[in-house]
Design a protein around this ligand. Structure first.
Ligand code: OGA
Ligand code: NI
Length: 360
């Protein structure tokens, strides 16, 4: 248990090996190191609802071409309902070709399965680095580490050169991101209308301008009941669009229960982040989610597209003035992505919501 051993030095020793969680699995470990042990109460705190009883909404975007069968008005109403009730929804016919999604997962797997020496060249915890590979971005601040490695790449507004990205996945990352930026514009348009604003409102606030890809690799875990793939958290972004493979394990907290988000090869999952909660003055809320440690024999791959500014960024955000009134005064002070990220990093994924710090 935490506290009974020199956790800091074990964390540091693991980090300095620069091999990630995958390196431990490749070394043949059968027990996970104690820096990965979560307190037992975390794993049993919230009941799990059988996935059949509640499902997150699936919204057909009609390829972004709204017509008589899929009208924009209907889609906006579905988005509003899903955003208010779940903070999470899946989209289908979202315009990103299936083969691009498949290749993105393959490229991510390819990178993580490269030789340690190749990956070491990218290993870093420098928050200003635009291309980096590491394990547990919050390794030094969280209570317990998670069974996951991540390649993080900033893709917009400054588009990286293919040669700055890992060779095995650079081209597909550029293609996927180009398509994701288009989808982002569409979703932020729908979210603006769902908030009762002009369709361009969120885009004009630069919510759709910046994109980072978090390309995750969750190796099989020898003791999946002692840890997580990613512990319960809300995303700091405006929104995150998640592509997950067929393994499963993603869960969302809804009405106090964890519900499964079963894999759907055609769907992308949209979740609302803390920055959107702040600017919408709590009309839309960011939702807790987590990924169980991978209990299958194969790795789990997912790619999270974070729409948020690259840190450091000084653009100021506060509750949108059209969404506040004397009856509904601002609930947050103005802040920047840099400030929000500072609180997020300091506490780690398993800490309290960074939004609390900015609440009036
Ligand atoms: C994240 C996240 C879920 C997943 O990157 O913030 O929640 O399935 N990822 O990888
Ligand atoms: Ni997340």
């Amino acid at each position: 248990m935490a506290g009974l051993y020199d956790r800091d030095s074990e964390v540091k020793a693991f980090d300095e090996m620069k091999i990630g969680v995958k390196g431990l699995v490749d070394a043949g470990i059968t027990h996970i190191p104690r820096i990965f042990h979560h307190s037992p109460h975390v794993t049993v705190e919230n009941p799990i609802k059988p996935s059949s009883t509640v499902v997150i909404p699936t919204i057909d975007l009609g390829g972004g071409m709204f017509e008589s069968t899929v009208t924009r008005e209907n889609v906006v109403a579905e988005v509003r309902d899903a955003a208010e009730k779940f903070g999470f929804f899946q989209v289908i016919k979202h315009g990103i070709p299936l083969d691009v999604m498949e290749k993105m997962k393959e490229g991510t797997r390819g990178f993580h399965e490269k030789d340690t020496e190749v990956k070491r060249g990218f290993y870093s915890r420098d928050i200003t680095k635009k291309v980096k590979y590491n394990t547990n971005f919050d390794l030094y601040s969280s209570q317990a580490a998670n069974w996951r490695d991540t390649l993080t790449t900033v893709m917009a507004p400054d588009v990286p050169r293919a040669e700055d990205l890992p060779k095995i996945c650079g081209n597909i990352m550029l293609e996927y991101s180009k398509q994701m930026m288009k989808l982002g514009e569409l979703i932020f348009g729908l979210l603006s209308e769902a908030l009762g604003l002009e369709p361009n409102h969120l885009r004009e606030l630069d919510c759709a301008k910046s994109l980072s890809l978090l390309s995750h690799y969750y190796p099989p875990c020898p003791e999946p009941d002692r840890t997580f793939g990613i512990s319960s958290h809300t995303d700091i972004s405006f929104i995150t669009v998640l592509l997950q493979d067929h393994i499963g394990g993603l869960q969302v907290l809804h009405d106090g229960c964890w519900i499964d988000v079963p894999p759907n090869p055609k769907a992308l999952i949209v979740n609302l982040g803390d920055l959107l909660q702040l600017i919408s003055n709590d009309k839309f809320v960011s939702v807790e989610h987590r990924v169980l440690a991978n209990r299958s024999e194969e790795p789990r791959i997912s790619i999270a597209s974070f729409f948020m500014h690259t840190i450091p960024n000084e653009q100021v955000y506060g509750p949108i003035k059209e969404l506040v009134s004397t009856q509904n005064p601002p609930k947050y002070i103005n802040t920047t992505t840099t400030e929000l990220a500072r609180h997020y990093l300091a506490r780690g994924l398993d800490g309290a919501s960074p939004l609390l710090h900015f609440r009036i």
